[in-house]
Design a protein around this ligand. Structure first.
Ligand SMILES: NC(=O)c1ccc[n+]([C@@H]2O[C@H](COP(=O)([O-])OP(=O)(O)OC[C@H]3O[C@@H](n4cnc5c(N)ncnc54)[C@H](OP(=O)(O)O)[C@@H]3O)[C@@H](O)[C@H]2O)c1
Length: 250
């Protein structure tokens, strides 16, 4: 259970090599030791992620094979975790090249399966597991790209729009069960995923994003914008006609 000072005893990271997910794990470990389970693709080099968790004070680090697109295996992955799952972080995802994705069926389907279907699959299973244990916190990474789907990254953005809607309403469906869901809408964060990209406006470091996530969990929030200004920026952008948006450099 996440105790009165916001410290979980067990943390499951789905997307065990995710830079952002690991930053959130580190942020919670800064409050005291916890057992960490890293769920990552078979064959991933987990030495770095395991070392990060140990250096941050994990009481133990376990690993389990997890492929977001192997939907039939997800039940076994979640069930392989012994004891309660206090905090589950859904952090897997692919960005990809939008111009290739929308013109290449395989790439578009991969993005949809990893980012949306995979996230829905583990969301249902985590909700069931946590309902039975009577408590739990789910954190999922949506994106400002899903809050308003733009021409420049509409394949990725549309998958995140789906994730955002699903998890926000999963949180509603779980009200009163002791299970909480936090949907996180980062703008650009400096991680492995954005390595090599120029900083977009309001880009933040992963430690800043992780602190925002922990604060959101502490406050029992259901949605956060990692950079608070995005809430207002997106509100304005969403209400502009597409003919105007088309002329903007976004
Ligand atoms: N960084 C940003 O600017 C930003 C902004 C908004 C939202 N987000 C979201 O935040 C989350 C974390 O991203 P990040 O910045 O931490 O990027 P990252 O370091 O590239 O992490 C992405 C993770 O997804 C995993 N993954 C990809 N395909 C998978 C599959 N088929 N099965 C299992 N795992 C798979 C990767 O595993 P491998 O190591 O095996 O590839 C990696 O662990 C993602 O959902 C991303 O969309 C990021």
């Amino acid at each position: 259970m996440i105790n009165a000072v916001g410290k979980p005893q067990s943390i499951l990271l789905l997307g065990g090599t995710s830079d952002l997910g690991l930053a959130v794990v580190e942020e919670f470990l800064s409050r005291g030791p916890a057992r960490v389970i890293l769920a990552a693709r078979a064959g991933s080099d987990l030495s770095g992620p395991v070392a990060r968790c140990e250096a941050a004070g994990a009481s133990g680090v376990e690993t389990v094979d997890f492929d977001a697109t192997a939907f039939d295996t997800h039940d076994a992955v979640i069930n392989s975790v012994e004891g309660d799952i206090d905090l589950a972080i859904v952090a897997f995802g692919v960005l990809g090249d939008n111009e290739q994705q929308w013109q290449d069926q395989k790439q578009a389907v991969l993005a949809a399966e990893v980012n949306y279907t995979g996230a829905v699959s583990v969301g249902v299973l985590l909700a069931d597991r946590m309902k039975k244990q009577g408590h739990g916190q789910i954190v999922v990474f949506s994106s400002v790209a899903g809050e308003m789907v733009r021409r420049s990254n509409f394949v990725y953005g549309s998958t995140k729009a789906g994730v955002d809607g699903f998890y926000r309403m999963l949180g509603e469906a779980l009200r009163g069960t002791g299970v909480h869901v936090l949907t996180v809408r980062p703008g650009q964060v400096r991680t492995k995923m954005t390595d090599g990209l120029d900083d977009a406006p309001l880009t933040v470091d992963k430690s800043v994003a992780a602190k925002a996530v922990a604060a959101g969990v502490d406050a029992g929030r259901s949605v956060i914008w990692v950079h608070p200004l995005f809430r207002w920026v997106m509100l304005i952008l969403k209400n502009l006609p597409q003919a105007v948006v088309r002329r903007l450099p976004i």
